[in-house]
Design a protein around this ligand. Structure first.
Ligand SMILES: *Cc1c(COP(=O)(O)O)cnc(C)c1O
Length: 379
């Protein structure tokens, strides 16, 4: 059989649990096919119960959630916001939407997340020039939480707010609590490739009710409480629709299973490949439990005998999707004028990294086919 005849193995495709259509049917039966409606409220309550964050606003995307979080904190033109360099662009564009300047903080090797020592340097620098950062947004990369406690230790003396980009870490834990729980606000994503999906969507959560009430209000065009349409503030059309929320309720029911399966997939790859020369895997920091949204590995080209890109192309020839690790933000042409602290670690992870197909519906045969294709690239 030629490679092209084999079914495609995707990086992280949607995986429905079975009850999503029941919730969607409820949405149809009640004719709430609009934003607002009982499924949205239900999804917010379910997410709150699952995560332990008291208040949630369901939104159209994770990017929208971060945009609202920064808006609520009063981020505006020429403010400075500190962010992870090793992340997806949606983590940082909201800073630019508000006319503020992102400054990028490199990763450490222990977690691949924001290095707290470099963050401390950046905070000291901005305080010394009289420009206290308006917020810090660490990303929980590939479902591993950043070291919130160490980050908070640095931010608290200055009263700098922590907003976690938990888009990739739904279901992950930090010191026994759900990802984002330690932050002032946390943003989650349910985009099509995330660990659970609503086809597209996001959510902003906080233990502070005022923030979330304001997020809901801003997400629906900031309409004054009057019978006619009266507007004093700039709002957005960012609310999640009732039909989309229905899918999310079904997905939340299987989140635990998805996390366990993602972790099994990671362990399977690791066991099969870690003894190959030059191959290693993303570590799990001792403070938490990663959801292993994507299995990420590092390849030392000289030792293994093939570069990450050669492996990616060989996988593609076998109809298997893989992706480079995120290209750091400080290397992006869009952000060429932005300041950054460190950069060598994320550059190295980008150069040597590869994300393997990690769909929770993958079979053992799919995993073995992927592993075999990788092994065949080596010496
Ligand atoms: C997916 C993702 C986002 C954006 O979420 P959307 O729902 O696609 O807008 C932001 N940050 C990170 C780290 C992501 O992976």
């Amino acid at each position: 059989m030629s490679a092209s005849n084999k079914d495609r193995i995707y990086l992280s495709p949607p995986h429905m649990g079975g009850t999503e259509q029941d919730f969607v049917k409820q949405a149809f039966d009640s004719n709430f096919i609009a934003p607002l409606g009982p499924q949205v409220n239900g999804f917010e309550q379910d997410f709150s119960k699952m995560s332990g964050l008291a208040h949630c606003a369901a939104l159209s995307s994770g990017t929208a959630a971060l945009h609202l979080a920064l808006r609520i904190l009063g981020v505006e033109k020429d403010d400075v916001v500190l962010a992870s360099s090793l992340t997806f662009i949606g983590s940082v564009t909201p800073v630019k939407f508000l006319g503020a300047e992102p400054c990028f903080i490199d990763s450490d090797y222990k977690s691949w997340n924001m290095d707290p020592d470099l963050l401390a340097q950046a905070v000291d620098y901005y305080i010394s020039i009289g420009k206290k950062p308006k917020a810090v947004i660490p990303t929980d990369l590939y479902g591993q939480c950043a070291d919130y406690d160490r980050i908070l230790e640095i931010l608290k003396p200055h009263g700098i707010p922590l907003v976690v980009d938990a888009a990739e870490s739904v279901g992950a834990m930090y010191k026994g609590k759900h990802a984002g729980k330690h932050a002032l606000m946390a943003a989650y994503s349910f985009n099509g490739n995330k660990i659970i999906t609503t086809s597209g969507g996001g959510l902003l959560a906080s233990d502070n009710k005022e923030y979330i009430d304001r997020a809901r209000w801003l997400s629906q065009q900031a309409k004054e409480p009057l019978p006619h349409y009266e507007h004093k503030e700039l709002g957005y059309n960012y609310r999640m629709s009732n039909v989309v929320a229905a899918i999310g309720r079904g997905q939340l029911e299987v989140l635990k299973d998805r996390v366990e399966r993602k972790r099994e997939i990671f362990d399977y790859y690791k066991k099969a490949l870690e003894n190959s020369p030059g191959i290693s895997f993303m570590p799990e920091a001792d403070y938490g439990k990663c959801n292993r949204w994507l299995t990420a590995m590092l390849i030392d080209e000289d030792k293994f005998g093939a570069s990450p890109d050669q492996i990616r192309i060989a996988l593609e020839e076998n109809n298997i999707e893989s992706r480079p690790v995120w290209k750091p933000m400080h290397m992006q042409p869009l952000f060429k004028d932005c300041k950054s602290f460190g950069g060598k670690v994320s550059e190295d992870l980008f150069t040597r990294g590869l994300c393997l197909p990690s769909g929770t519906a993958m079979s053992k045969t799919d995993l073995d086919r992927t592993i075999e294709s990788i092994r065949n690239c080596g010496k």
